[in-house]
Design a protein. Structure first.
Length: 204
């Protein structure tokens, strides 16, 4: 789940979350493959256990093979369940209502510093010039500002978004207005994203 998802949800006139069938199919195919392997292991479980018991070599290796055989069905079942959950949850993408084209999250990072850093980054994003916000601040262990960049290649459009966490246990959230990059601004953002936003961009 992306940090900015709740704010996108509050803007149904601009952003809509819809199923991506190519992505969903990939997860389902992987789930089917894992299920086929699981069925094979269960059908041949006795033979696999016997084969593992007859293995020779170091104690560590033989014990590992036997434990692996015992754990394999449970592990494969968990993989199948995880892939089905992924198909349901991550098989959906954000799209632009005006064009129907998908938005792709290109970057996620976080920073410390609270509202001061949030306000500073938002002002920098609003210049539409990566030279004013790259390199992004380093990511410490304790953070309270989340940064995401989204793009739609087909629309030549980019979005910079921020989420600020405040209050007790950081439960109070402030969402920025999505800062839109179009035309030459989008090209500059795309170039910065390809460099990873970890090095300074030259002023335009």
């Amino acid at each position: 789940m992306a940090a900015f998802d709740p704010e996108f949800n509050r803007r149904p006139e601009t952003y809509v979350r819809q199923r991506s069938w190519p992505r969903t199919v990939i997860f389902l195919v992987l789930a089917i493959l894992a299920a086929v392997i699981l069925v094979y292991v269960l059908v041949n479980f006795a033979d696999l256990r016997e084969d593992a018991a007859q293995q020779t070599g170091s104690t560590r290796r033989t014990v590992g093979r036997r434990l692996g055989t015992l754990v394999a069905p449970l592990f494969l079942a968990l993989v199948v369940i995880a892939l089905l959950i992924a198909a349901a949850r991550w098989g959906r993408v954000w799209k632009l209502v005006r064009s129907g084209n998908p938005l792709r999250r290109r970057h996620y990072s976080s920073a410390a510093g609270g509202r001061a850093v949030y306000d500073s980054l938002l002002r920098a994003f609003q210049t539409h010039d990566p030279a004013f916000f790259t390199p992004l601040p380093p990511q410490p262990s304790h953070t309270n500002v989340e940064i995401e960049f989204w793009t739609s290649k087909e629309d030549r459009l980019g979005l910079a978004t921020l989420v600020l966490y405040e209050g007790k246990n950081n439960k109070e959230r402030t969402f920025s207005e999505p800062v839109v990059f179009e035309g030459a601004d989008y090209d500059a953002l795309e170039a910065a994203l390809k460099r990873g936003l970890t090095e300074a961009s030259a002023p335009r």
